[in-house]
Each structure stands twice: as structure tokens, then as C-alpha cells.
Design a protein around this ligand. Structure first.
Ligand SMILES: [Zn+2]
Ligand SMILES: [Zn+2]
Length: 636
């Protein structure tokens, strides 16, 4: 007999040669069904691994992250198995790991090009293999026999993989007539896979190297049951529908052009207006909170970037230019000009805190592979501010920023999560500075009444920070606001103020953004609202539609009147059916459609119709303008 110790400390006496699955079975049918793998003395193994000595056992169920990964990895083998049974020698297998939300498998084929049209057939074959309830069995053999096994099967990529392995023995997993080189663990049987779906196909280089063969990667996903799979797929569909790149095109907000350069946004009239509205909002909100608006130059002499340390630490991401034999760095951050403003005169403790705010456009060289619509670009504008304060003011300043973040997230309807990152091993600044700053951040977080996580040792080398991740309507998380304390820059630039004691003191510096990059925030916002911007942020608030040519002249007067009243309005006076014009305005997601027919013309009114389909009472253009302005003042 063997003693098996479970995580709760209880001990099971099992016959030698029994398995984790047997243990699960002895506890209950349900647990046995949910068990997909096990940890024996901490090592992740198959649930069918036989015990040979006394062990500590943890059953890994489908409900855990490890369990789900094993499940998805087994689904990847299943997909490869199905592809091999359908395409045989036409296709060679390579690798197929589990990834976030699913799995993929990379195939090589010179004869067959996979397309979504193949998915149905592959899925059917996978289902047949599931129904066959094939046991998935681990096998170990010497490296040399594994090499000849895969060579005989014509699987050259597998041969190459094994040749690179240092171990004298390797493990394989077999199910029916399919065998794959694999560390495992795997599900005990194909029958365990309940819900899967192939999603897309893309090219990928063998071992990620562009000098190697081009493979075909089939992406897929698998969930413990059909219900979960269905809700995941619905979410993916919704995300596609809301994709800001698609909506950006449909709403004619922005574009990118290879001629201009990758990662550089070109704002079209409606997009530029949207952005301006957001920037105006930012200026108002900052002024309300005691910030000063400042502006720095786009390029600054390279010597200054050397003083700040950016040249040494951040050069690869910067763009440089040379004029009159003088080298300049295009700014990747806005801090430096703000420091020069601080240094432009002698500062007293009575001047503090100083809060310098700039909608600062910066350029950072990002690798072309990571560029993604508005979410990852090379030129962007931050709502950046630097607070310079006395150490004893830090506490209330951080609280103020956090309150600012809360207010703004509330206006846009975002939920969010907070994280604090503390002192890393490699860092500068005195213990006292770090303690004070970390305490100030902690206090502010605790005062906010919101839960937060601590990332021990994850702060910047120059100070601790708070990161705020917002959650959009689809529950996706985005890093936007951050609050960072900085001990280096005041030091490097020798910033001082005269204290009440008449001596010189060093101010503390806080870098902070509320929305982060305007581009990125707008990308998130477009998806969050699915393009249905609230009235105050809509680049077009209303469109005027005439029923027939008979009211074209009247519609024109109303359009001019409302424009003069500050309503953002467009007109559609084409000789088209009203229904057609309404549908177009709905595609453009314009909040109000103002219909004018003969009756409205006669009464000097308009009939507003909301994009939701709700009709308002007819009103005069003046009344409508007042209504719009009142609604916008509420910021929603
Ligand atoms: Zn595998
Ligand atoms: Zn900064």
C-alpha cells in the first residue's frame, strides 16, 4: 500500500500502481469527471500516472488555470490528429500550444492551403475522434528511436525538434493512430473534450524566424462546456463589431497611411473634432483643479536629454534630428520643459504645489510588430502633468490626483482596478524618500475606499507608482492612468525651493496622466461606446433631413441657425427617400435626426428623433439648441 497525502492534510491509503484518477474516483464520481491532471510532489503530471511510492497529491481540475491549459493543449493534439487523418502526407505537424483563450497548431504544407472553408470538416473529424473515446497515453523512448520514428513518418519538423533536445529520453503522447512529441500532461481520453471551435488561420514562421519555412497556424478555442464556449464566441463577435479600426473607418474618424509612416494617426474632420472635444474637456477639468496649462517645444537639444538620463536609458525609442550641426531629440516625454519652467525663477515654499499640465505630443519608436490601430502608435498626445511639491504636500497631492481619476472614470462609465508598485532592488533615492512616497500612495489608495493590489518591487527605479486599469463594456482591461513619484529628475536638474526656514530644499516630483494617450483612450472609448458617443462628445450631434425638396430651403435656414447656436449639425438634403436618409444617419450613429416636412416648415419647427428610435415633441430650432446645451452640461 501507498500513502497519498492530499492538500488538506488527509491521507489516502492506495494500492501500489493506482493513479490520481483512482484517488479522485474514491472521493466521488463528480471529482473524477472534473480531474484532468495532477500534481505529484509539486510536478504537473497525467491523471493516469501510477504511484510507486508515498506521495503528496493535488488533483488538477478543469476549473483551475492549469487544468484548462491541459484541456486546451489536448484539444490542440486533437486538432492535429484530425488534420492528419484528413490530409495525411500532404501536411506535416510542428507545434501546438495552449494560449490565452484557446490554442493553435502550426502545420506545414506545400500542397494544401488552409482556409476557414476547411474548418467544418476538421471540426467534424475532431468530434468523431472525441466520440471514439480514444485513450491518450504517454510513452517514453530514447532520443534516437524517437528520431527514427518521426523520420519514418516523414515528420521532419519533429525530427529537428528532437535533435535539439538535450535529454537522452523523450516523451510522446499517443491517441489512436496519432502520435506527437510532447512533455504533457494530457487528458486521459479524447472523450473529455466537450466544446471547441476553430476560429482563424494565419501565417507563422517555423520557430518564429523569417528565414525559416512559412507555416499555417490554425487558431481555435476550447471551453469546459458549450455554454461557456458560446458566451466566449459571442464576446469575440461583439469585440469585432466594436473594433475601433473598423468603426474609425465607418464613422470616418481617422486613418493610417504607409506613405506617411506606420503608427502615425491621420485625423479626419470628425475624428479631429472628437479629439478636440476631449482635449477641451481635459483643459476645463484641469483648470478646475488648480493646474496651470503649459507648453513645451517638440524638439529639445540632445544635451538636455543627456542631463535627464533619457539619452542613456531611452535612446533606442527616440527620434533625433540635426540642424546647424546641433543635435536635437524629438521629445518622447514632456517632463523636461516643465522642469525648465520650474527653474526659470527662484521658488519659495509659498509657490508650492505647482501643477504643470500639458497636452503634450510625443514620439516613441515602437517596433512595427506591436503597432495596433490607435492602441499602439508612434506619435501620440498625453494628458500629462507634473506636480512639484514639498515632501509634506505629497499626501494630499496624490489624493487629489486619485479623486481626479475617479471623477473622470465616472463620467465615461468605466470601472477600474488599482495597483501599487513598490521599490525594486535596483533603485535610487533614500530610504526615507521611498518610505514617504510609498506611504503617500498607500494612504491615498486606502482613502479611496477601493481595493488595490500590491506589486512588490515592481516600481520604476526612480520611484513608486500607482497604475489604474480601466474595464470597458466588454470587461477588457486597459492601462490608462498612472501616478509616479520621481526622485531623480529634481536631483539631476537641481530643483530647489526656499523653505520657511530660509534654507534650500528639494521638491518632490509626480508625473501623472489621467486618460494616458489621447489616441489610445479614444480607441478604447470607441469600442466601449460601440461608436455611440454621448451627446457632449459626439462630433456630429444632429443631422437635418428634409422629407421632400419642398422643404430644402427651410432645412437650410434651420441648419444655419443651429450651427450659429453652437450645435454640431450636418444636413442631408439629397433627393432621397426619408427612410434611406434615416438609415444612413443611424449607421453614422448621430444622436439626433431632425426631420422637416411640410407641417414643420409651416409651424417653424423641427421633429427630433433620437438614434434609439425615440421621438421628441416638435420644437423650434431655438428650443432644440437649448435642449442640446442643457443635456451636454450633464456630461452624459
Ligand atoms: Zn503537446
Ligand atoms: Zn513626466
Amino acid at each position: 500500500m501507498i500513502s497519498v497525502t492530499l492538500p488538506d492534510g488527509s491521507i489516502k491509503e492506495m494500492a501500489s500502481g493506482s493513479t490520481p484518477l483512482d484517488v479522485a474516483q474514491s472521493i466521488g464520481e463528480r471529482l473524477a469527471r472534473d480531474t484532468v491532471a495532477a500534481r505529484i510532489d509539486g510536478k504537473l503530471v497525467d491523471a493516469t500516472t501510477a504511484f510507486t511510492k508515498n506521495t503528496n497529491l493535488e488533483l488538477v481540475t478543469l476549473g483551475s488555470a492549469d487544468g484548462l491549459e491541459v484541456y486546451r493543449h489536448s484539444a490542440a493534439h486533437l486538432m492535429a490528429h484530425a488534420v492528419k487523418s484528413l490530409f495525411g502526407d500532404e501536411v506535416q505537424v510542428t507545434i501546438g500550444p495552449a494560449i490565452e483563450n484557446g490554442f493553435y497548431y502550426d502545420f506545414f504544407s506545400e500542397r494544401h492551403k488552409f482556409t476557414p472553408e476547411d474548418f467544418d470538416q476538421i471540426e467534424k473529424q475532431m468530434q468523431e475522434l472525441i466520440d471514439a473515446d480514444l485513450p491518450i497515453e504517454r510513452e517514453e523512448m530514447t532520443r534516437d528511436s524517437a528520431i527514427s520514428l518521426f523520420r519514418d513518418m516523414g515528420e521532419d519538423f519533429k525530427v529537428e525538434l528532437i535533435e535539439d533536445l538535450p535529454d537522452p529520453t523523450v516523451s510522446l503522447y499517443r491517441q489512436g493512430d496519432f502520435v506527437d512529441l510532447c512533455r504533457g500532461p494530457h487528458l486521459p481520453s479524447t472523450r473529455k473534450i466537450k466544446a471547441f471551435k476553430l476560429t482563424s488561420v494565419a501565417g507563422a514562421y517555423w520557430r518564429g524566424n523569417e528565414k525559416n519555412a512559412m507555416l499555417q497556424r490554425i487558431y481555435a478555442t476550447a471551453f469546459p462546456d458549450r455554454k461557456e464556449l458560446k458566451s466566449y464566441l459571442a464576446k469575440v463577435e461583439e469585440a469585432k463589431r466594436r473594433d475601433h479600426r473598423k468603426l474609425g473607418r465607418e464613422l470616418d474618424l481617422f486613418s493610417f497611411s504607409e506613405e506617411a509612416g506606420a503608427g502615425l494617426v491621420i485625423w479626419h474632420p470628425k475624428g479631429a473634432l472628437l479629439r478636440t472635444l476631449l482635449e477641451d474637456f481635459e483643459r476645463r477639468e484641469h483648470l478646475k483643479r488648480g493646474y496651470d496649462i503649459v507648453m513645451g517645444p517638440q524638439i529639445l537639444r540632445t544635451e538636455l536629454w543627456k542631463t535627464s538620463g533619457h539619452y542613456e536609458n531611452y535612446r533606442e525609442n527616440m527620434y533625433f534630428t540635426e540642424v546647424d550641426e546641433q543635435s536635437y531629440g524629438i521629445k518622447p516625454m514632456n517632463c523636461l520643459a516643465h522642469m525648465l519652467i520650474y527653474k526659470s525663477k527662484i521658488r519659495s515654499y509659498r509657490d508650492l504645489p505647482l501643477r504643470f499640465f500639458e497636452l503634450g505630443t510625443v514620439h516613441r519608436h515602437e517596433k512595427s510588430g506591436v503597432l495596433h490601430g490607435l492602441l499602439r502608435v508612434r506619435g501620440f498626445t498625453q494628458d500629462d502633468a507634473h506636480i512639484l511639491c514639498a515632501p509634506e504636500q505629497l499626501d494630499s497631492e496624490i489624493k487629489g490626483v486619485l479623486k481626479f481619476v475617479q471623477d473622470v472614470m465616472g463620467i465615461f462609465g468605466f470601472e477600474y482596478e488599482l495597483e501599487i508598485s513598490t521599490r525594486p532592488e535596483k533603485s535610487i533615492g533614500s530610504d526615507q524618500d521611498w518610505e514617504r512616497a510609498t506611504l503617500a500612495l498607500m494612504n491615498a489608495l486606502e482613502g479611496s475606499g477601493l481595493p488595490f493590489e500590491i506589486n512588490e518591487g515592481d516600481g520604476a527605479f526612480y520611484g513608486p507608482k500607482i497604475d489604474i486599469k480601466l474595464k470597458d463594456a466588454l470587461d477588457r482591461k486597459w492601462q490608462c492612468a498612472t501616478i509616479q513619484c520621481d526622485f531623480t529628475l529634481p536631483e539631476r536638474f537641481d530643483l530647489t525651493y526656499v523653505g520657511s526656514d530660509g534654507n534650500k530644499h528639494r521638491p518632490v516630483m509626480v508625473h501623472r496622466v489621467i486618460l494616458g494617450a489621447i489616441e489610445r483612450f479614444l480607441g478604447v472609448l470607441i469600442e466601449h461606446y460601440a461608436g455611440n458617443f454621448p451627446l457632449w462628445l459626439s462630433p456630429v450631434q444632429a443631422t437635418i433631413l428634409n422629407v421632400t425638396d419642398n422643404q430644402a430651403g427651410y432645412a437650410e435656414t434651420v441648419w444655419e441657425k443651429l450651427r450659429a447656436e453652437g450645435v454640431r449639425i450636418q444636413r442631408d438634403l439629397r433627393n432621397e427617400k426619408l427612410g434611406y436618409k434615416i438609415r444612413e444617419a443611424q449607421v453614422e450613429k448621430i444622436p439626433y435626426m431632425l426631420v422637416v416636412g411640410d407641417k414643420e416648415k409651416e409651424n417653424g419647427t423641427i421633429a427630433p428623433r433620437h438614434r434609439s428610435g425615440k421621438n421628441l415633441e416638435p420644437m423650434t430650432p431655438e428650443e432644440f439648441a437649448r435642449f442640446i446645451h442643457a443635456e451636454c452640461r450633464l456630461y452624459n
